[in-house]
Ligand binder design. Structure first.
Ligand code: FES
Length: 169
């Protein structure tokens, strides 16, 4: 194995078996693309071009077919994310309950735009589709944990705690 091959991301044997089972459920491997991209993002943290190529090769698709999907959906990341990933649901249920106000507040406080990471690598802020917890709107998932009925004060507390208890984030 060359050094270059070594550096290429690979799915674990367990993951490959999981993908194989999944693909068998569909008439076309392409139908498994979304779940496989989720798995890849979970395994590698984000979908680098190498990881997208791996997904394409694994499913027998062209890289372009993978890229079309990755760039269309906001839940897929092409860049590494911060230690704290804040995923804001901005679908109607959350939007009507002030999601954008809270999102704007957080972005202004951190000095970043949606979809980016603070220079210190601490916080990434993204917008996602309905998190399936509309009763708790507006909803933010922080490293996969649901925070419901969030407001600016709640997010300030989260940021303060993450930054070391009252420290400036
Ligand atoms: S609309 Fe935000 S959780 Fe459903």
């Amino acid at each position: 194995v060359s050094a270059e091959e070594k550096a290429m991301p690979q799915f674990s044997a367990g993951r490959l078996a999981e993908i194989e089972t999944l693909v068998k459920r569909y008439p076309h491997a392409r139908s498994a693309l979304l779940p496989v991209l989720h798995m890849a993002q979970q395994d590698f943290g984000y979908l680098s071009m190498e990881v997208q190529q791996l997904v394409a090769d694994t499913l027998g698709l062209r890289l372009m077919a993978v890229r079309e999907v990755v760039t269309f959906y906001t839940m897929f990341r092409e860049q590494p994310c911060g230690k704290y990933l804040m995923e804001f649901c901005t679908n109607p249920g959350c939007m009507l309950n002030g999601a954008y106000d809270v999102l704007r507040h957080v972005c202004d406080r951190l000095g970043i735009e949606v979809g980016s990471t603070t220079p210190d690598g601490m916080f990434t802020v993204t917008e996602v589709e309905c998190a399936g917890a509309c009763g708790g709107a507006p909803v933010v998932q922080i490293n996969g944990v649901y925070h419901e009925k969030v407001d600016a004060e709640h997010m300030d507390r989260v940021i303060d705690e993450a930054a070391g208890g009252g420290g400036k984030a």
